[in-house]
Design a protein around this ligand. Structure first.
Ligand SMILES: Cc1cc2nc3c(=O)[nH]c(=O)nc-3n(C[C@H](O)[C@H](O)[C@H](O)COP(=O)(O)OP(=O)(O)OC[C@H]3O[C@@H](n4cnc5c(N)ncnc54)[C@H](O)[C@@H]3O)c2cc1C
Ligand code: SF4
Length: 540
């Protein structure tokens, strides 16, 4: 049985962890810093500020899970308890399904461990277009190195599972380059259930790294608390007003939680952070809050292989290809990264196209199903400006993300690429995941090529998903171009910072977790120095 860091910490009696679902009364706290959200951004910020000796209060809408006791490799339990909107979050037109975490550790508790630094081309684009001159590849390198050290990012030495091998072999045969994916794991058992929470504490998520470390250093964690409004007076942020949530993290209980602090850090992740800013009616003279929200949108190709794939087994993502990122200039045709997803029955079932007999036929071959993803690099071209976060009548967020013809063209190109790779790797049938494609798809590359060229690419016909939401509170040197500066400082109030994936002014063009760790470590370290006049060395 692996060590359960959360159980041990709670049993030590040294941690201040409270679950607001059980509160019988309202609560008011004071702190040096209040942090909304405990994911990639919130976790790193909490650890660094607690190391600096600051009194930190962390607020999390979701619950606190004990890793080895609560994570049971069960999709039925994981999605309602660990994900925003029970893994059913959708864009306004319901055309794109969005996966984001809602639990202590945020999306890092459920992510798939792929670890990429921000591509140099992305950083160069930010410098030239958004004035982010401090974020050069050279200046960011030490921060990525520190984050890789803190979160155990390693070259994954275990052979890829069959799902990944198909991408590797197919890429070889069509002559495009591929490479292994680095992962942030220690003692990984190669189970393949990262998306349901790692039962072995192997994934170096915030749940088992920075949050326990911040709690050891005197931070307070309030679970089941949703921040409703940032409090502000004059030109300063003064705290956060919250509602306590029920045990399921869905309905408010009627209790209120208020945290007063001179420094407020928003780390609720893209979509939720801009929504909190909109609910708080923060000054926004250029109308930028919630704009330019990117999804790194994904289209999908399934294939039936003449051998068992069993895509639920083994590290979910261990091979990628950046061929169509490297070959395509940022402002040219849409670039896309190729990866594969873990295949578990519920997530696969709701993602595959069709109903009834068509769907049953496909799922009947689940053990031979292989799937490739194309992740589109949105945010760089004038016809790829992302989406806009709005508020529903109850104040919860809604993302409007229109897909332009330019983006659809990228999806058509990537359907073709994925089918070619899958046939080259030996697929007997290939099915772009699209409502107009028959359950058994196409029998040959020639047939697929002709058919994909004529597929009507429209929302709700082509399946589009995302697990990489970014932007909506973008960085820029000038206030007229962005919501925060290159240290995450909100341009229009003192004492308010954004430290999460919502600060990216475009998508990264790669899986974002390491970009968030590196950037937030830099910015939180600068904040610690500003607040204490001492330098913090992170990781300790
Ligand atoms: C299934 C899945 C797989 C992924 N796989 C990878 C991968 O392999 N590699 C990679 O690089 N990236 C991956 N990602 C993405 C990556 O994990 C995220 O980009 C990253 O964690 C985002 O960090 P963040 O701090 O912006 O937000 P999050 O990590 O999402 O954390 C935000 C937290 O804030 C909480 N919150 C939000 N609003 C409020 C509020 N108002 N009050 C209180 N709490 C609030 C949320 O509940 C959540 O816990 C994956 C994501 C998912 C969902
Ligand atoms: S593959 Fe490794 S990191 Fe993922 S759930 Fe299994 S043991 Fe944990």
């Amino acid at each position: 049985m692996p060590r359960d860091i959360i159980a041990e910490g709670l049993a030590s009696g040294r941690w201040d962890v409270r679950d607001a679902a059980g509160f019988a009364e309202n609560l008011t706290l004071e702190a040096d810093v209040v942090i909304v959200g405990t994911g990639a951004g919130g976790g790193v910020t909490a650890e660094i500020l607690a190391m600096a000796g600051l009194k930190v209060v962390l607020l999390e809408e979701g619950g606190l899970r004990y890793a080895s006791r609560d994570f049971k490799l069960s999709e039925a339990e994981a999605y309602p308890t660990l994900y925003q909107e029970s893994a059913g979050r959708q864009t306004k037109d319901k055309g794109i399904t969005i996966l984001q975490g809602r639990t202590v550790g945020g999306s890092t508790t459920v992510n798939w461990t792929s670890s990429f630094r921000t591509p140099p081309a992305t950083l160069a684009h930010w410098q030239s277009q958004f004035g982010l001159t401090e974020l050069s590849t050279q200046k960011m390198q030490p921060w990525f190195e520190r984050a890789e050290q803190r979160f155990g990012v390693i070259d994954w030495q275990v052979a890829p599972n069959v799902n990944n091998q198909v991408l590797m072999n197919g890429a070889d045969r069509v002559g495009i380059h591929w490479a292994p994916i680095r992962r942030n794991v220690k003692g990984c058992l190669n189970l393949g259930y990262c998306g349901m929470g790692c039962p072995a504490n192997a994934k170096q998520s915030m749940l088992v790294t920075t949050i326990p470390s911040a709690l050891d250093k005197g931070a307070t964690l309030l679970a089941h608390v949703r921040a409703e409004r940032v409090l502000h007076e004059g030109d300063r942020a003064t705290g956060v007003e919250c509602v306590a949530m029920d045990w399921a993290g869905i309905y408010p209980t009627g209790r209120k939680v208020t945290v007063k602090a001179k420094t407020v850090v928003l780390s609720g992740g893209a979509i939720n952070t801009p929504a909190l800013m909109l609910r708080s009616k923060l000054p926004d003279p250029h109308g930028l809050i919630g704009k330019r929200t990117f999804l790194h949108p994904v289209n999908i190709s399934g294939a039936l292989m003449p051998f068992k794939v069993e895509g639920w087994n083994g590290a979910p993502q261990s091979i990628y290809s950046d061929h169509f990122i490297d070959q395509r200039p940022l402002e040219g045709d849409m670039g896309y990264k190729l990866e594969v997803p873990p295949l578990h029955p519920v997530l696969t079932g709701i993602t595959m196209s069709g109903f009834g007999e068509k769907h049953r036929a496909l799922m009947g071959h689940f053990d031979r199903l292989q799937v490739v993803l194309a992740l589109l690099r949105d945010g760089f071209h004038e016809q790829s400006q992302g989406g806009t976060v709005e508020l529903k009548s109850d104040g919860t967020p809604l993302l409007d993300y229109p897909i332009s013809d330019y983006v659809w063209r990228g999806m058509r190109d990537s359907y073709l690429t994925m089918a070619e790779i899958q046939f080259a790797a030996g697929a007997t049938r290939v099915m772009p995941i699209h409502e107009d494609v028959a359950a058994d798809g196409y029998a040959s590359w020639a047939e697929a090529k002709a058919a994909i060229k004529n597929l009507p690419l429209e929302i709700l016909r082509a399946k589009v998903v995302s697990a990489h939401v970014m932007g909506g509170a973008g960085m820029a040197a000038k206030a007229e171009d962005g919501v925060v500066d290159q240290y995450g400082r909100f341009h229009h109030l003192q004492g308010l910072y954004v430290m999460d994936g919502s600060v990216f002014p475009t998508s990264i063009g790669a899986n974002p977790q390491l970009s968030i760790y590196g950037l937030v470590a830099r910015n939180a370290s600068a904040l610690a120095t500003t607040l204490t006049r001492k330098d913090v060395v992170w990781p300790a």
